[in-house]
Design a protein around this ligand. Sequence first.
Ligand SMILES: Cc1ncc(COP(=O)(O)O)c(C=O)c1O
Length: 362
Amino acid sequence: MALEFSERIGRIPAYPVAGGYAQDAPLVSLASNESPYPPLPQVREAIERALATLNRYPDPSNSLLRRRLSDRYGVPEARIAIGNGSCDILLAAGEALLEPGAELVYAWPSFSVYPHLSAASGARAVTVALDSSERHDLPAMLREITVATRLVLVCNPNNPTSTAVPLREIAEFLAEVSPHVCVIVDEAYCEFNLLEDPDSSIELLDHHPNLMLLRTFSKVHGLCGLRVGFALCGSEQLPRALDQVRQPFFCNALAQAAAVEALEHQDAVIDRVARNVAERISVDERLRALGIEPAESQANFCWFHLPAERDEQDVMTGLQERGVLVRGGAALGGEGALRVTYGTPQENERFLEALAEVLQAA
Ligand SMILES: Cc1ncc(COP(=O)(O)O)c(C=O)c1O
């Protein structure tokens, strides 16, 4: 007899994972919006020190990390949630807020984890198309909010399209959203956004108890292998509810130690963003020279549509044969497009050369 799973197992979409982990030949991996730079030496030393404590469970309340985040961002510790990556916080928010009969509103294409929240909870997902510049259409999202809406997700900058909406538009949007609706602004890439200071959204928390700003150590801090993210919240109720639906000890000791140390090195963050933005400008220019118009990126990756006659899968295969992994739009809700992380100058060169070859081949 076959195993019988819960009905939601049939609904939950598989997360589109990148390949390449088991390859022998070194690949240029530009498929997962990772940092091309390894963890800082001081962060590695902090991890080494924490290794000696691994016979003990980690601090379940993540107190030192929350205190340091509170000092850094000026948000009280009780309004800060930690997660095993920011995805963990997203999924916990879905579990805490959603249920059959409730509604979840988000833009599409956007981060591929969002559909899990409705599928896992049985809530109804209401997706709203991006505007013609592939940015969130916040007025259209506002029109979809009903009495049944419990959660709205705004990804800024948006994965996979790399575009950002100005904070002013988000503030106007929040002013119109009913306080019974939780709004998560997913700011995984906010440090790369040149439209504003990444700290400026924090002021919104003082006016909106229903707001959660989702951040991560995975991107600009280069710690995605450890899994640690956080949320700055407008009220204490939100972190409390997240903790209620999760296992204890959700953030491991090495991740907590690394994140605490990473916060001491804002200069490195600024330096890495500067290097990434320099690559962004240069890669986008070279793409235009190939006849490709990338979306206006405010993130550590670009998004572009392939010429109409080119098959996305063929281009991806051609790139992979040349040792370059990128992410295809079809798996991300935007067929005929590619999402490519900006890497080191050498990695970007290899990608651009491979792309030029593949596009030239008939
Ligand atoms: C928009 C967005 N949010 C959240 C995450 C999750 O990051 P993590 O769970 O590594 O913190 C990602 C990862 O790619 C992302 O693109």
